[in-house]
Design a protein around this ligand. Structure first.
Ligand SMILES: [Zn+2]
Length: 101
């Protein structure tokens, strides 16, 4: 016999979610592995969202491929913006202090 850790309802070992309260019972089925969870993690963690994306049992292979491409592009864009800020800062330092850093 297995029981839900949240509401103590009896559960089947094949269930991914509790039938009474809806709690995720298996790894890879919680909120962070859903569509909204992956998008949220991507915005916060960037490329590290690839880990829950890979572990997710909710998303289809096609959805995973799309999210993987989006996360990669998002990471590249973030890197590009960081590089822009870096070079701009260098230029400003050179202009104000008159020497290269
Ligand atoms: Zn429950």
């Amino acid at each position: 016999m297995l029981f839900c850790p949240k509401c103590s309802q009896e559960i089947d070992e094949r269930d991914n979610y509790c039938r009474r309260c809806g709690r995720a019972l298996k790894p890879g089925t919680g909120f962070w592995y859903s569509h909204s969870g992956i998008i949220l993690l991507m915005l916060v963690l960037g490329p590290f969202a690839l880990i829950p994306l890979y572990m997710s049992k909710i998303l289809s292979l096609r959805a995973k491929a799309i999210y993987c491409a989006v996360i990669t592009l998002f990471t590249l864009y973030l890197g590009y913006v960081c590089w822009q800020i870096f070079t701009l800062t260098q230029q400003m330092l050179e202009a104000t202090l008159g020497m290269p850093y």
